[in-house]
Design a protein around this ligand. Structure first.
Ligand code: GMT
Length: 379
């Protein structure tokens, strides 16, 4: 067996953290020499152009009048069977339990009938467990898919424990934290971009998410309104989703429109992080908080809640500050504390960057490779 593997990666190709992690993992594995086959319904947003050792297989669900609900999971499973068989995949790595893990188990069973063994590695990301997992209509199938996978990983210890709590799990789940490609950019060097959003004496606050209710983005704007009373600042909101109009409405009602920019979805938000002074993440639930880690990789301190896996990333009083969910006043106080003293701020900035270095691709990638080798040895 060659030490380079042929790996099918299945993920959501959109702006969510799970898709970003899956895509960056695939890119890094391809750079190392593995052959990566992305199987998704559209090209993953972080993939970029043509890459050595990377192929993309699109999943197309045909529109038939009988289908009130297009059978995406079946089409996905069939595509996995096809790609595994004809591209001679060594294994499948699926990100997000629903429907990727269950479709992968179906594909595995179909292939087994033909005498082909296809190991399945499932990575749990968060909302698949903490939000959808609570829904009884998904539970039996998610439990089955997790139990039948050849290996299962979770992106934080908190998510691992939640999975045991919410599902009937009878197997080991390993924690492999999310990772970043570390490219430190000195925000202050990018004067032109910064000048588009803020005056030199203003701080730049940034929030990035999918603007779903779980992110509590109206609180980002409330926190900003509180900070602005004490420190001259601007807010950049990156992303889009169902809560955007509520947050925009808040800005209109409170005369904040000139100081808050809603950028919409941005394929690569790193440029914006490079001009940020503070990152704000008041989430109700967060299994890891990849965007917080991306901010820290740019030396940006993080004001967050202390929910889920966030304490495994953000260190209170060191890389940023944490508050209980919903405690807007505390998050305002913390933000002012971090921003108001330049010596203290530089300490936060350095510690945030140092902490991010513990989650580099170079450190985390071998953990996935070890899992791949394990499931292949068991075959
Ligand atoms: O944050 C989201 O709602 C998107 C979601 C996803 O699956 O794309 O993110 C989850 O996975 C990310 C990558 O592992 C984690 O960093 C996020 O914390 C997690 N989101 C939640 O738990 C809410």
């Amino acid at each position: 067996m060659s030490s380079f593997l042929k790996i099918g990666i299945v993920c959501y190709p959109t702006f969510g953290g799970s898709g970003v992690v899956a895509t960056e993992l695939g890119k890094a594995l391809a750079e190392k020499g593995h052959e990566i086959h992305f199987i998704t319904y559209s090209q993953p947003v972080r993939l970029g152009g043509v890459r050595k050792n990377v192929r993309y297989h699109e999943v197309n669900v045909s529109d038939y009048p009988l289908f009130l609900y297009p059978p995406y999971e079946l089409v996905l499973a069939s595509k996995m069977v096809d790609v595994a068989k004809y591209e001679k995949l060594d294994l499948l790595h699926v990100h997000y339990a629903i429907p990727h893990a269950s479709a992968a188990i179906t594909a595995k069973q179909v292939l087994a009938e033909e005498g082909i063994h296809l190991p399945v590695v499932t990575t749990l990301h968060g909302t698949d467990i903490t939000l959808l997992g609570k829904d009884a209509s998904f539970e039996p199938v998610i439990s089955f898919a997790i139990n039948k996978s050849d290996a299962v990983t979770a992106v934080s210890q908190s998510l691992r424990l939640d999975t045991y709590k919410l599902f009937g799990i009878n197997r080991e789940i390993e924690v492999i934290p999310n990772f970043i490609r570390l490219e430190r950019q000195d925000g202050r060097a990018n004067h032109e971009l910064r000048a588009e959003y803020a005056e030199p004496d203003e701080k730049v606050l940034v929030h990035i998410s999918n603007f779903r209710p779980v992110k509590r983005i109206h609180e980002v704007v409330e926190i900003f309104a509180g900070i602005r009373k004490e420190i001259k600042s601007k807010l950049i909101m990156v992303g889009d989703g169902p809560e955007r109009s509520r947050a925009e409405q808040f800005c209109r009602e409170h005369g904040l429109c000139d100081d808050v920019t809603f950028l919409g979805n941005v394929k690569n938000p790193m440029e914006i992080l490079s001009i940020a002074d503070l990152f704000i993440l008041p989430s109700e639930s967060e299994s890891f908080g990849l965007s917080a880690l991306e901010a820290m990789a740019h030396g940006v301190p993080v004001i967050s809640t202390n929910t889920g896996g966030l304490p495994e990333v953000n260190r209170h009083g060191v890389t940023g500050m944490m508050s209980p969910v919903g405690d807007v006043e505390d998050m305002i106080r913390n933000s002012v504390y971090v921003l108001s003293d330049s010596t203290r701020y530089e300490r936060f900035r350095q510690k945030a960057y140092d902490r991010a270095r513990e989650f580099t691709m170079e450190r985390i990638l071998p953990m996935y490779e070890q899992i791949y080798n394990q499931v292949l040895q068991w075959a």
